[in-house]
Every structure is written in C-alpha cells, then in structure tokens.
Design a binder for this molecule. Sequence first.
Ligand code: DND
Ligand code: ATP
Ligand code: GLN
Length: 543
Amino acid sequence: MSESLRLVMAQLDMRVGDVAGNARQVIDAAVRARDELQADLIVFPELSFTGYPPEDLLHRQDFINTVGQAIAEVRDAVSGITLVVGFPHAEGGRLYNSAAVFQDDAVFGIYHKHHLANVSVFDDKRYFESGNQALVFSVKGLRFGVSICEDLWHPGPYDWAVEEGAQAVININASPFHSGKAAEREQVIRDRQKGVPLPVVYVNLVGGQDEVVYDGVSCVYDASGELVVRAPAFDEGLFPVDFRVDGARLVPLPGEVSDLPGDDALIYQALVRGTRDYVNKNGFPSVVLGLSGGIDSAMAAAIAVDALGAERVHAVMLPSRYTSQESLEDAAECAQLLGISYESVSIEAAFEGALGELRPLFGQQPEDVTEENLQSRCRGLMLMALSNKLGHMLLTTGNKSEYAVGYATLYGDMCGGFAPLKDVYKTLLYRLARLRNRAGEVIPERIITKAPTAELRPDQKDEDSLPPYPVLDDILARYVDDDSSIDAIVACGHEHAVVCQVVGLLHRSEYKRRQSAPGVKITRKAFGRERRYPITSGYQPWK
Ligand SMILES: Nc1ncnc2c1ncn2[C@@H]1O[C@H](COP(=O)(O)OP(=O)(O)OC[C@H]2O[C@@H]([n+]3cccc(C(=O)O)c3)[C@H](O)[C@@H]2O)[C@@H](O)[C@H]1O
Ligand SMILES: Nc1ncnc2c1ncn2[C@@H]1O[C@H](COP(=O)(O)OP(=O)(O)OP(=O)(O)O)[C@@H](O)[C@H]1O
Ligand SMILES: NC(=O)CC[C@H](N)C(=O)O
C-alpha cells in the first residue's frame, strides 16, 4: 500500500450527443493528468461519454453502440492511470446509468446508479434500470467506492461502499445549478457522512445544455466534513487532490479552495454561461435583439455581451408612434456603453400597412389589445427577418414574472430562439442590473429607475395591468416555486383578490409558456420540463 495518491477531478463540459468529442476529451484529460499532473486516478462526471441528459437518444440502439465503441477506444488508448468514467451501459436487455473503472487497459468493474433521479428536470427512470451493488476499487492499494449523483442524496450506495471497505467515496455528477444549490450539496454530503465518516470526492459537469447549466464546483470534503478542495464555478479544468495514508484512513490534504461568489453573482454567471453555450453549441455566429430602452432588453444585451463579446451582439431599436424620446436616448446609451452595434428600423409603415389591410375586416370594433399586439408582432417580423438574412439568432427578452402571467405577445415579443431571462423574476433583474453595473456601468441609471412600460399605447405602464412587481414576484415565488396554496399566500399578508388575479393569470397562460423559447434555469422550479402543467385544465383554484 502506498503512502500517498493524487486524484484529479475532471470538471469538464461534456457535450450532449457528441460521443466522439467527449471520448477525445476523456483521453486528452487522462493523458494530461498522468503526464503533467502525475496523477494516479482521474474522475469524470456522470454520463461523461454522452453528456447529460441525452434524453431519447438513449432509446436508439445505434447511439448506444456508438458509446460502446468510444469506450473501447478510450480503454485501449490510455494506460498508466486509473479512470472513472460515466456512460450508459446496456446489459441483458436493460440500460443502466453506469460508471466504469478502467485500469491497465481493462475494465476493472462497472457500477450502476441506484437512486435514479426522476424529479424536476430529471427523467432517469424513463431510460434506466436501477443497480443495487457497490463497486470498490483500489489504486496503489487505497480503496475507493463509486456512486453516481442522486445516489449521494439518499442512504444506500454510500453505506454499501463503506461495507465493502472503501476508504473514500467518489460521486460523479450531472448536477445543474440553481440558486442555493451549493449549500444543498454540502448538506447532502454531511448527511451521508453521519454514519461512517469517509472523505467524499464530488465531481460535477460544467456548461450549459438547453435549459440547464452545470456549475461545476467539484469538491472534496474530508471525513470530518471539512471542505478541503473546491473547483471554481462555471469553469472547466483539471483539479488535483492529494491523499495521504494515516493508519487505515485515507486523508485528503487541504488544496485549492476557490472562492464562491454571492448568490446573485452566481446567478449572473449562470445566465452568461448558459447563454454562451446555447448560442455557441448551436453554431450561431452572433445574436440580435430588440433594444427598447427598458430593463429587460438592456439586461439581455448585457448578458449576451458578457457571454459572446460585444462584436457578436446586434441591437435594433424599432420605434413606433408611442416610443418616447427617453426610450430612444436610453437604448442608444445602453448600446454605446455595451459597445454593440445599434440600428434603428421603424415599425410604423409595417404597422400602418397591416392595419390598413385589416380595417375592413375589423369593421367598427374599437381599438384594443389587438393593435398593441400588432406592433409587437411587427417588431418580431423585423427581428426574425434580420435573423434569417444575417444569421444572428434572435434573443427574446421576457422575464419570469412576465412568462408567469402571460404578459407577453405570442409571435410578437415572444419571437426568438433563446430567452436568457426566462427564469429571472423582475425584482431579481433589478438587483442583477445593479450588480453588473458595479463591474463597469452598462445599464444607464434611468433604465433602472424608470417605471417599466411596453410603450404599446400612450402612457402605458406595466402596473396598469399587473400588481407592483415586488407584490407580484412574492406571490409567484410562493405559488410557483414553493407550490403554496392561495390561502397560505393570503396568510402571509397578500390581498385575496390580488392573489387570485395572479394565480388566474398564471394558469390561463400555460399555453403561451408551452410555445416559448427555452431559457436558463436558475431557480428551484423553472418553467419548462421542471413545471409541467396541463394547458387544458378544469383546476381553477382562483375562482
Ligand atoms: N388556451 C389557449 N390555447 C391556445 N391559444 C390560446 C389560448 N388562449 C388564448 N389563445 C390565443 O392567444 C391569443 C392571445 O394571446 P396574445 O396574442 O399573445 O395576446 P394577449 O395575451 O391578449 O396580449 C398580450 C399581452 O402582453 C402584454 N405585453 C407586455 C409587455 C410587452 C408586450 C409586447 O408585446 O412587447 C406585451 C400586453 O400588454 C398584453 O397584455 C388569443 O387571441 C388566442 O389566439
Ligand atoms: N421600441 C422598441 N425597439 C426595440 N425593441 C422593442 C421596442 N419595444 C419593445 N421591444 C422589444 O420587445 C420586448 C418587450 O418589451 P417590454 O416592454 O416587455 O420590455 P423592455 O422594454 O425591455 O423592459 P420593460 O418591461 O422594463 O420596459 C423588449 O425587451 C424588446 O426586445
Ligand atoms: N443527475 C442527477 O442524479 C442529479 C440529481 C441531484 N439531486 C442533483 O441535482 O444534484
């Protein structure tokens, strides 16, 4: 038995579906860990070969076969270091979410995930069978148990590894970010250590995948629950951990502990990383967005600039008869502060033309929201034309408060391929604007202080149609994120009529959300696959 060992945590962005690219990443990282970091063992995240979640790609036998070939290639290509890799493993007509241990060009053993994650954004049970056996392997005579992500969140696999003589437990993860997640993970690790305390090595993915973004923050806790190594949030890298032997115990030595910024700063980083990866992984050279002089489009632009660089972001002001001088000035100043291109395309002619054609059909009907939405749709028309012609992807700028109550126009301001702010309540958006400005002003002060308006009719303000945002967001956070009842929310001090108004708007606008672009999940319950409500529903608790 050796006196020491070096493990490397491979905190990498494994791309969903890119099996060959992921296999190359595994080989490159293992060779670097062996040759440059003199590591004995390297650990990769959950489903390293496929990325996570591969969704129904897992139903394809040809995809599973491709993974099998890539595994054989990696196994044969790397020697002189032990690898722990995640992959979908087919055996006896069943599919498992597995981790393989490669040693000396051979597979030492395969562990199958026991606790299949099947809540929130996870669908493990749609694809995988559950395993029920521990896997403990030795490197230089030192014994490590293997577990996969959700396995650590419940009793079972950790204790099995203890019973099989493990001196430390490795947990490979695809654990998405949401606000407060790092503290939840820490608690989970400490809970597991309450029985027989062993060091825990927690290795996580990093990077955006459609609506989720993995934050990394891979870490090592010693047996007494002390954090000894922590990788940074949202950055790839190989992070070494040294162990020494103390009698029968394996002790991780204190190493680099990266600072974790505050919650709002982490959220902002998540929005930037999620937007960057969506745009880049889908092959877009650039993005375009309507810049109105309001906070939503200003913040969407700031995130896009931080994600992609100013030269890849294109802003367009689309004025109408209702656009104020203030909005024109604020949008132009914001574009200038961000250093992005800024064009103006009037929607007046398109709006007038459409109205002229429609008037005979509208007859004597009075003006209403139809004319407002038509303006919004003229903007969508122009912006999508720019996307088609110039190849920019259109960013749509709605926030979580708006998506919640349907305060957005279908095929109007909802046009677009990606919605960076989809999971950001409006009140949080203001905080993020202040936070972003502390690193250099990009959002003009007046954009932060003025009353939000859609400018689709004279003197329109959001508060004409909705409760003030602090009230709206508090009700929504309780009803959407916490699943509280109307009565419970009223008991917290909100007016019954206001709660019913908000809940009614929320349920009635499910059809809009179902047609909306994906966005970055940053809360415990984002709209989309995490909150699946029927569109057609007789459940009407607000009535
Ligand atoms: N259950 C259902 N399933 C499928 N479709 C359904 C539906 N219920 C209505 N619909 C359809 O949806 C239509 C209503 O939705 P929609 O056309 O979006 O129109 P609507 O929701 O009536 O109006 C848009 C709202 O967004 C607000 N807003 C706020 C901020 C910015 C902007 C902007 O545009 O810049 C807009 C605007 O003030 C207005 O309150 C109906 O006419 C009907 O065609
Ligand atoms: N005059 C405009 N020029 C360009 N884009 C516009 C204009 N008006 C609206 N839009 C687009 O439609 C979106 C929705 O408008 P909305 O009023 O909800 O947002 P906002 O103006 O950015 O922020 P706020 O709601 O705080 O006023 C805008 O974010 C913007 O992308
Ligand atoms: N991939 C998983 O099993 C993830 C589930 C786990 N509870 C997490 O979010 O960290």
